[in-house]
Design a protein around this ligand. Structure first.
Ligand SMILES: [Zn+2]
Ligand SMILES: [Zn+2]
Length: 268
């Protein structure tokens, strides 16, 4: 038993280091590329004309570090369950090897997380819960890449709860949870990045309309009440919560460059 306790205590800082490393590479990476290296190249895809103040970014970053600490601490519970032999799918999981099981498990994580996120997000927007669960995240009216993990304590707990429940309830290939966290963090950071990277059709609609875009989530921050989805647009479409101005706003953003190109060509 003391050996198990030592293992668990050692596991927490190791798990925290992994989470911090992921965050450092991915969230800082997105910020560095889009906000420091390429803002001029991508200026025609900037969703809003103004930038958030530096103070907002620092506050978001500090809250993100706190969220990561919560994620690491609470997700250690699955390790404890595994060590105690309480994870029902542990033996089956060990047999799910090879790329098909791995990527199939990652996809299953994403599909179930998309549904979980949509409904938990709507639940947190109920007036009696918003202040306790979700206010911190919406303090960022004009989001930045660091808004992605800027959560209240309770919201951070609900976010990691999905990973814990998935591990207990769903068989999945070894390592797929780590890859899912990477995909989810990249998607989340890009959704808050302030730059629209989705290719557009000639008529100014999103090329892959079933994926959410930066404009989709930016509208949620601009005026909450619509666009609760994270990866896919279908839950908002099915439940009638898609912002009625979404396509108009997406078109405005992606056509900023086209209009300038046309004006330049006309002058030339
Ligand atoms: Zn929200
Ligand atoms: Zn957000």
């Amino acid at each position: 038993m003391p050996e198990l306790l030592t293992d668990i205590l050692l596991r927490i800082p190791r798990s925290m280091a992994t989470d911090l490393e992921r965050y450092a590479y991915l969230a800082l990476g997105v910020w560095l590329v889009l906000w420091v290296l390429l803002p001029k190249v991508l200026r025609f895809r900037k969703v809003r004309a103004d930038w958030p103040e530096r103070r907002q970014l620092v506050i978001e970053f500090l809250h993100s570090l706190r969220s990561i600490a919560i994620f690491s601490l609470l997700s250690t519970s699955t390790y404890v369950m595994w060590r105690l032999g309480w994870l029902p799918w542990a033996d089956l999981n060990a047999q799910l090897t090879g790329p098909y099981w791995f990527w199939g498990s990652v996809l299953l994580h994403i599909l179930l997380h998309d549904a979980y996120f949509y409904w938990i997000h709507r639940w947190m927007h109920e007036p009696q819960r918003f202040r306790l669960y979700h206010k911190r995240h919406h303090r960022s009216n004009n989001p930045s890449p660091f808004t992605a993990y800027s959560f209240d304590l309770r919201e951070a707990g609900l976010m990691v709860l999905f990973v814990i429940l998935f591990e207990i309830l769903v068989p999945n290939a070894h390592g797929s949870t780590g890859m899912f966290i990477v995909v989810s963090l990249v998607k989340n950071t890009l959704a808050h990045s302030g730059f629209e990277l989705m290719p557009a059709t000639r008529s100014g609609k999103p090329m892959f309309d079933w994926f959410t875009t930066t404009v989709h989530h930016d509208l949620h921050h601009a005026r909450a009440g619509y666009n609760f989805g994270l990866y896919f647009t279908w839950w908002d479409k099915w439940m009638g919560t898609e912002d009625p101005t979404y396509y108009q706003e997406f078109k405005r953003v992606v056509e900023q460059g086209r209009q300038t190109d046309t004006a330049t060509a006309a002058v030339a």
